[in-house]
Design a protein around this ligand. Structure first.
Ligand SMILES: [Zn+2]
Length: 349
């Protein structure tokens, strides 16, 4: 009787099986976690691609008292303690400010690295690599080079380019990629998103990014924002400066202080259109995107003596620059006025 319920319990969706649409990563996790000795796992992928989720699966599998090929059992004392956030052999390096884990924190956390695990067989240390500067990475390096055999290091980072080559070369790497539409629908379902419109909206505009899909699914404002951003974008070539700084800026100001749908989504919509326009302009892709018809007209309007591709690329670079530097502008309105005028100048018919 008890072995029956045990079998049932262990076959249910848990551990690595809850990672949807990343079969290769799932397979690698099983292999990596079954190997003895120290582990340094580096999980990379775009913001919102699920790095933290995968790091949690790997951490729990390392600490679990009876792991199998699917990772943690989710049932033993270790798993329960981990789920409750109370596992004593699990340590996460906390940032000292919003953007940085100080070298001091790194040093303190690895000082007693040789202390044996207290509950099970392993200790796990989770590190957000995006928050480590060069000094912090260097402080960590020695521990990564000669780790005690019972330590699992798990590092997440948006890109491995931000990490020192000496760090990268030590790591076992897992890279999270964009999910298929089918996987996205499954992910939304698991998170209880069942409304057809919400699912369609999320799958269409999230480009395979789970966190973005979940944000979009819960955001009824998004279709409205998107339409406003598209309208402003597609008529850029024909607008006067006065139009831009009047009506268009007024519309954008509405999203300025919004904590939900906000300016980042506006910039995303513009970037997406620039990307599709650029692909069409260099003949890489026929115009087949969601906004095909409007995009074709737009490309026709900006076609002229100067090569369209260069102008589209300059717009994209400027959007990226303004996004990064938003905090440095005296006011967000100034930044918005700047990017509107910049794009108009580049795209003027
Ligand atoms: Zn367990």
């Amino acid at each position: 009787m008890s072995s029956m319920s045990n079998t049932l319990r262990r076959s249910e969706q848990r551990g690595f099986n809850t990672l949807i649409g990343q079969d290769e990563v799932r397979q690698r996790l099983t292999e990596i976690m079954s190997e003895p000795g120290a582990v340094f796992l580096l999980i990379t992928g775009a913001e919102g691609s699920g790095k933290r989720f995968v790091a949690g699966l790997a951490a729990k599998a390392s600490l679990c008292g009876q792991p199998d090929e699917a990772g943690a059992c989710n049932d033993c004392d270790a798993c329960r303690l981990f789920n409750a956030g109370n596992h004593i052999d699990f340590d996460e390096l906390k940032p000292d400010s919003k953007t940085l884990i100080s070298t001091q924190t790194v040093r303190e956390s690895i000082r007693d690295l040789n202390v044996m695990p207290q509950l099970g067989q392993r200790r796990v240390i989770l590190i957000n690599g995006n928050l480590l500067n060069e000094q912090g990475q260097n402080a960590l390096l020695k521990s990564l080079e000669t780790p005690p055999p019972f330590v699992t290091f798990i590092m997440t980072a948006n890109s491995e380019q931000s990490l020192l080559p000496t760090i990268r070369s030590r790591a076992v790497k897992l890279t999270l990629t964009a999910r298929s539409d089918e996987a996205m629908r499954d992910i939304l379902k698991v998170h209880g998103v069942l409304d057809d419109d919400a699912v369609r909206r999320a799958v269409a505009y999230a480009y395979g990014n789970p966190a973005r899909a979940l944000m979009l699914a819960s955001d009824k404002e998004y279709p409205h924002l998107r339409e406003q951003a598209l309208t402003i974008f597609f008529r850029l070539p024909d607008r006067t400066a006065a139009d831009l700084l009047g009506d268009d800026l007024e519309v954008l100001k509405h999203y300025r202080d919004n904590t939900g749908t906000g300016l980042n989504d506006v910039f995303d919509v513009w970037s997406e259109q620039l990307r599709d326009a650029l692909a069409a302009a260099v003949g890489a892709d026929p115009v087949s995107a969601a906004e095909g018809e409007r995009l074709s007209r737009f490309l026709h309007t900006i076609a002229g003596k100067r090569p369209a591709a260069d102008r589209l690329e300059r717009c994209q670079r400027e959007i990226n620059r303004v996004r990064r530097a938003l905090a440095a502008y005296a006011s967000v309105d100034t930044a918005l006025a700047h990017i509107l005028l910049f794009m108009r100048k580049e795209l003027h018919a």
